[in-house]
Design a protein around this ligand. Structure first.
Ligand code: SF4
Length: 381
């Protein structure tokens, strides 16, 4: 029987808040689920009252969101799923049945994590996730969606790759360093060290090359600048912040944001009713969320998020930059809402990070790979 691993630090019992059903995601629906639902009075009633329940995109069917908001059309007013209530759990699409669990198949077994988009997960509410093992095994038997990490061929950057076993060595050293230095500095060291290894390798136009044997060099690479790796990567963090927030602006305003990165001029983020310099943007970060952010980062590393979506180097860089992104974004939301920063602002920032950058990420590749190129060019001199 496949071994299921559960994070000993992660709890979850549903709070029935319906938050995950108001995210506006594309929820795929299997053909047999569509066939079953289409003939049910519940669905016919919703179609009559609100319009289509499904949306067809080429060969795939998705749940249709409500007309003027991102809510799932099948979410009832009391924030409960109307399929679950009227037709039972088994009638739901596989993605909905699995939420908020995120399962990753590895050569060591399946790592069962949870998305921090879920309120109960964020609050670490309830019993340890392992109490859900029996239900998850049933879902696995019925083809629950699952990420897959192969034993070999984990891309680092360009055409260089390592094996899963090599990755485990890297992860072990990362966690050992985290005990002494904190996870953030350990992540920064891993990012910078791996980038030093990559910067001295030629760009491969054809073929692929394994570099697992070089990984131990990364932790004490001669090109590694002295001092805190986190501070060394600070300018890349600024680049990522600017890249992320400039997407909320019209294209014509992007130059203004980029100028602020290089010469410290003020720029505006009208979406947040904010104007200031990059230093003032960074000063919005509040340290009171550090413990929550560490729990989140630890869970991401535990559930193998670094290798679920290779390449590994951009994923490491992104995880290194996440704390500042979350804190600044929480500060911007508080500014927009006209109050001092509070946990709700941090949770809203975390939801956005989960939606666009991490677990359900859509923009991550562009932003992170751009920053990796800048980092490698800096190291190549
Ligand atoms: S977001 Fe989490 S806690 Fe809220 S209803 Fe969904 S699974 Fe339950």
């Amino acid at each position: 029987m496949t071994r299921l691993h559960f994070d000993p630090q992660q709890n979850y019992d549903c709070l029935m808040c319906g938050r995950g059903c108001r995210a506006g995601w594309d929820i795929p629906v299997e053909p047999e689920v569509v066939a079953n639902l289409e003939k049910r009075p519940l669905v016919l009633r919703i179609i009559q009252e609100q319009g289509p329940v499904f949306r067809q995109v080429e060969d795939a069917t998705f749940i249709q969101n409500s007309k003027d908001c991102p809510n799932c059309r099948l979410l009832a007013e009391d924030q409960l799923c109307s399929i679950h209530r009227e037709l039972g759990f088994e009638a739901k699409p596989a993605t909905c049945k699995l939420f908020p669990f995120v399962m990753t198949q590895t050569p060591e077994g399946i790592f069962v994590g949870t998305t921090y988009y879920c309120t109960a997960t964020r609050q670490n509410h309830g019993r340890n996730t392992s109490v859900h093992e029996a239900d998850l095994r049933v879902q696995l038997e019925h083809g629950a969606p699952i990420n897959k990490v192969a034993a070999d061929g984990l891309v680092i950057h360009n055409r260089y790759y390592i094996s899963y076993r090599d990755y485990l060595g890297l992860e072990k050293e990362l966690l050992t360093r985290a005990e002494a230095l904190g996870l953030r500095e350990a992540l920064a060291q891993a990012t910078l060290g791996l980038a030093c290894v990559m910067a001295e390798l030629p760009l491969l136009e054809d073929g692929v090359e394994a570099i697992g044997k070089k990984l131990p060099e990364m932790w004490s690479h001669p090109a590694m600048p002295p001092g805190s790796a986190g501070r060394q990567l600070r300018s890349l963090g600024d680049l990522q912040l600017c890249d992320y927030f400039k997407f909320s602006l019209e294209r014509g305003k992007w130059d203004e944001v980029e100028a602020a990165l290089y010469d410290g001029t003020p720029f505006a983020l009208p979406h947040y009713s904010w104007r200031g310099t990059l230093a003032e943007l960074n000063a919005l970060a509040d340290e009171r969320f550090d413990a929550d952010i560490d729990r989140y980062l630890n869970h991401l590393v535990w559930r193998k998020a670094l290798v679920v979506h290779p390449p590994l180097l951009p994923s490491l860089l992104q995880m290194t930059m996440l704390p500042q992104f979350l804190k600044v974004h929480a500060g911007l939301l508080a500014h927009k809402r006209g109050h001092s920063v509070c946990h709700q602002d941090y949770w809203d920032a975390l939801e956005e990070a989960e939606t666009y950058l991490v677990t359900h990420g859509r923009n991550r590749r562009v932003i992170n790979e751009l920053a990796v190129e800048v980092m490698l060019n800096m190291l190549r001199g």
